[in-house]
Design a protein. Structure first.
Length: 432
């Protein structure tokens, strides 16, 4: 995705001011390209990594062991940059899973060394650090990345050097790559259920608004197809530049086009735009007739936005309010490592990262001493994992996961209540 999901820099500032950085604990002072290698243990403080200039490497004791007793993998997340607020939870969840796997004996008795790179929400930096992981650190696999722009940018590198990436973010579901395993939802596991629910329970009128990116444009096109199929009403569509922060004209246009009848505002806005739109919509007092519905909404965003998020809808495969034994265990372990407040803001992409690491561990276990990309990728076929969201399975045809669709409604305390979920997991149907 050329992400609508890049949460606003202003939101980062807001979260910092409120002392609630989304899923943020254990973050260190880091700049783009820093490398931190660890031998399977991570503290929740600044000893994780020292401040480093771009491209420098900071190595923890034991992490550079290059013998048959250890396996190296790379972690690539934005610990700085516009999407750090979302990716900190992903990073924390990856570390949690790796610590649990190593504590349980590792992979066939071999410990996992993880090497962390910060790509700072920049696609060019993502390419550089992924090359470093492959050529300098000689990792066997990589977990991470959040934006579609970064994922697409590194795909030629993965293909050239034949190293698999496990990508833990929901995305637009188009042109999947054979060197990527996808542990987030795709549109047939989100929008195909979200739009019918909203039509039945909110309004048959839809106004589509998004940042002028490939992701938002694609999601809007998919929404228009579904609306036409179900007899919904498309009352307007707007794509805005990523630096748009004044939505007074757009809100007036939405109000003028639908009047008292109202509509669903299907919003896929990234960066400062997302924060500005929710805040200005709330200030306009339109919630009685107009309802925002978005894939962007998660527990970190809802907690940070406060009242501006209440009563809006989200659709992903995981909310942290899910009542399963695996989710209870995950949140308990997360709280023990990163704090109770941070566990309350665990998000779908954080949970998908936890799943990604555990599925990779299974594939590595099956691969034995042959850690070639072909072997690792083949060993993902039909893997299952008792994930916090429920049991998931890797589809051997597409290397995406079977998962449930869930729709949530933001509550006054910032939590997201599940108001709908499918009975069974859904086969992924990415567009090739």
């Amino acid at each position: 995705m050329t992400k609508f999901k890049q949460l606003a820099l202003t939101l980062v500032a807001l979260v910092t001011a409120l002392g609630m950085g989304a899923c943020s604990a254990g973050s260190s002072s880091t700049t783009a390209g820093v490398t931190t290698t660890a031998g399977g243990s991570t503290a929740a403080g600044s000893d994780l990594a020292e401040s480093s200039a771009a491209g420098e490497q900071t190595t923890a004791a034991g992490s550079t062991t290059a013998d048959g007793d250890r396996i190296k993998i790379g972690l690539v997340f934005s610990l700085t940059g516009a999407t750090a607020i979302s990716e900190q939870c992903m990073y924390n969840s990856a570390i949690l899973a790796l610590d649990e796997i190593n504590a349980a004996g590792g992979i066939g008795g071999r410990q996992i060394d993880y090497i962390v790179k910060d790509y700072a929400t920049d696609a060019d930096t993502a390419v550089k650090v992924v090359k470093d992981l492959i050529l300098q650190d000689q990792v066997s696999a990589i977990v991470g990345l959040y934006t579609s722009a970064s994922r697409v940018a590194v795909e030629p590198v993965l293909e050239e050097y034949k190293v698999p990436l496990v990508y833990p973010t929901f995305y637009e579901g188009e042109t999947p790559n054979p060197y990527v395993i996808y542990t987030g939802a795709v549109p047939n596991q989100q929008g195909d259920y979200f739009i019918p629910y909203l039509m039945d329970n909110v309004s048959r009128n839809f106004y589509l608004i998004g940042t002028d990116t490939t992701y938002a444009a694609t999601i809007n096109e998919q929404a228009k197809v579904k609306l036409a199929e179900l007899g919904g009403n498309l009352v307007g569509e707007e794509l805005v530049s990523s630096d748009t922060t004044d939505f007074s004209d757009v809100i007036a246009k939405i109000r003028n086009q639908t009047g008292d009848e109202g509509c669903v505002i299907y919003a896929n806005l990234n960066g400062d735009s997302g924060t500005a739109f929710y805040t200005q919509f709330h200030a306009a007092g339109l919630a009685d007739n107009y309802t925002i519905a978005s894939f962007i909404m998660d527990e970190s965003f809802s907690t940070a936005l406060g009242d501006a998020a209440v009563g809006t809808y989200a659709c992903v495969n995981y909310f942290n309010s899910i009542d399963t034994p695996a989710n209870s265990a995950y949140l308990k372990s997360y709280a023990a490592e990163f704090g109770e407040d941070q566990a309350k803001a665990v998000t779908a992409v954080g949970e998908s990262t936890y799943d990604a690491v555990n599925l990779l561990a299974q594939a590595l276990e099956k691969s034995g001493s042959d850690l070639s990309a072909d072997t690792i990728l083949a060993n993902f076929d039909n893997l299952t994992f008792d994930a916090p969201q429920g049991t998931i399975k890797v589809d051997p045809e597409t290397h995406h996961i079977y998962c449930k669709a869930r729709i949530g409604l933001v509550q006054s305390d910032g939590s997201i209540k599940v108001v709908y979920e499918t009975d069974d997991v859904i086969k992924p149907e990415p567009t090739r």
